[in-house]
Design a protein around this ligand. Structure first.
Ligand code: UD1
Ligand code: CA
Length: 497
């Protein structure tokens, strides 16, 4: 979101987030619930920042410490304002002004911490219209077919805004008005400060209403304007979990549409969930049932899904990730992952590398072109370029007390069904025989075979399983090859030195 050239100076944005949010029925404060991977107040802060205010204040009260800590984490330069026991949006705004510079002048915007679809562009338009019209106050309004619960916009015969009346204070005639107060405003700082000092609590809720500022400003000769918007989603607040899901779905619809317009193929936007902070390269394809979460980035032409969940994961160009769960992983360019694999934090797969089916990795650095194709657990490992890890290999990294590391050298080969008991190092250009339990290091050029020798015992079936179908089959086979039947009682297994 770029602020267009010539956008007026903005002194401050005040985000109101002190309310309790009782209808969420949650032990988490309402503004800390998330959609699109960001908290509701996180969305509000992002929209506010898009308008480039000199100051940003967030008003807190309910679960004050939790909300304040989160706000500071999202935006270290946001100022926290504590609301006192006096209730209402007007009091909340006053508490914010108290922590902003006393000589603050120019325009102040007020928004809510629980209106997550409000776009930064809308605040920029509000600011431009407010300053351009020389207004003392400008309120964002919308026409709703069902305005129940909202404050109503009162207009005079000429269409000028006279004030706002709350649902609970409104007459039947006023309740029939469909133009509502979004709760988002632009004010001249001095007008706001002076008017708030005059606002009382003589109303149905006994609260200090911010809405009263409009009539006071107008009474003092100021111009009060309305900025009517058509996109109703931008004014909708979250009050309960039904609205949380509704707005989350709409946000996702907007996000998937944005990426499709940027050149990403999304086969089924309805079953694809993309968080707000995700980025996706051109000509990438996202298959159904896929969730791209957190700060995930997808490179150009990569193919992701179906049924994959990537969290804070980086996928390189031309990579393919199928039916995979990945958290804090890096997947190199042209690499392939899945199906049915689980990449845990610290997994780094190199360019053109492979993590195949039913593989779990954790803290695993797998170099360019290395392959872990089937049924493996690889925890705390470094695997060199071009190495191949056989099916069913287990990197035993935990001895019951501590985690240890395993290193596999360049172009080395681990035979199937091996256990590598960490700490252990397999050098560059070394082999491990299939079925080995390796507990010591292997030098370059060596093969390590760490398993029982193969023993074949002649006549065992005839003695121990006489009369069974197995015995009959053996006899038939022996009769057929009778003249050449070899009688060694022991042979060495494949891969033996
Ligand atoms: C408010 C408006 C109403 C508008 C509606 C839009 C007032 C008096 N009424 O009503 O005209 O149509 O929003 O959604 O302003 N908050 C505080 N401190 C408080 C009270 C509220 O920070 O003491 C915050 C809440 O956290 C919330 C926002 O202000 O984010 C709105 O509060 P809420 O109680 O939902 O206001 P409404 O009664 O819906
Ligand atoms: Ca509300």
């Amino acid at each position: 979101m770029n602020v267009p050239h010539g956008t007026p100076r903005l002194a401050a944005v005040i985000v109101l987030a002190a309310g309790e949010g009782t209808r969420m029925k949650s032990s988490t404060p309402k503004v800390l619930h998330r959609i699109g991977g960001r908290t509701l107040v996180g969305h509000a802060i992002a929209a506010a920042r898009a308008a480039q205010p000199e100051h940003l204040a967030v008003v807190v009260r309910h679960e004050r410490d939790l909300v304040a800590a989160h706000v500071t984490e999202v935006d270290a330069s946001a100022v926290i304002a504590d609301q006192d026991e006096v209730k209402g949006t007007g009091r909340a705004t006053e508490c914010a002004l108290d922590v902003l510079p006393a000589d603050l002048d120019g325009t102040v915007l007020v928004t809510y911490g629980d209106v997550p679809l409000l776009a930064g562009d809308t605040l920029v338009s509000l600011l431009a219209e407010h300053v351009g019209s020389g207004s003392a106050a400008t309120v964002i309004t919308a026409h709703l077919s069902d305005p129940t619960g909202y404050g109503r916009i009162l207009r005079d015969a000429d269409g000028g805004v006279e004030g706002i009346v709350e649902q609970k204070d409104a007459t039947d005639e006023q309740r029939a008005i469909t133009e509502i107060n979004s709760g988002i405003y632009a004010f001249d700082a001095a007008v706001l400060r002076e008017a708030l000092a005059k606002v009382g609590t003589d109303n149905a809720q006994g609260e200090k209403y911010l809405t009263d500022v409009l009539a006071i400003a107008r009474g003092a000769g100021g111009r009060v304007s309305a900025h009517l918007i058509e996109d109703l989603w931008q004014t909708e607040g979250v009050n309960d979990r039904v609205q949380l899901a509704r707005l989350g779905k709409e946000l996702n619809r907007r996000t998937t549409e944005r990426w499709m317009r940027e050149g990403v193929t999304i086969i089924d936007p309805d079953t694809t969930w993309i968080d707000t902070d995700v980025t996706i390269g051109r000509d990438a394809t996202v298959l159904p049932g896929t969730q791209l979460l957190g700060a995930t980035t997808i490179g150009a032409r990569a193919v992701i899904g179906p049924d994959s969940t990537l969290t804070d994961t980086e996928v390189g160009e031309d990579a393919e990730v199928k039916r995979t769960e990945a958290v804090l992983a890096v997947i190199g360019a042209g690499a392939t992952v899945g199906p049915f694999s689980y990449l845990r934090p610290g997994t780094e797969l190199g360019a053109k590398g492979k993590i195949g089916g039913f593989v779990e990795t954790k803290n695993a650095k797998i170099a360019d072109g290395a392959k872990v194709p089937h049924l493996t657990y690889a925890g705390d490992v470094t695997i060199g370029e071009g190495a191949n890890i056989g099916a069913g290999t287990i990197f035993a990294n935990y001895d019951g007390v501590a985690k240890h590391h395993t290193t596999i050298g360049r172009h080395s080969f681990v035979g199937s069904n091996s256990v590598l008991v960490a700490p252990v190092t397999i050098a560059d250009g070394a082999y491990v025989g299939a079925g080995s339990a390796v507990t010591g290091d292997v030098e370059p050029g060596q093969i390590s075979v760490a398993r029982g020798r193969q023993r074949n015992i002649d006549g065992w079936v005839a003695r121990a399983r006489a009369g069974t179908k197995t015995d009959a089959a053996a006899k038939a086979a022996q009769d057929a090859q009778a003249p050449t039947r070899h009688t060694d009682n022991s042979t060495e297994g494949q891969g033996q030195a």
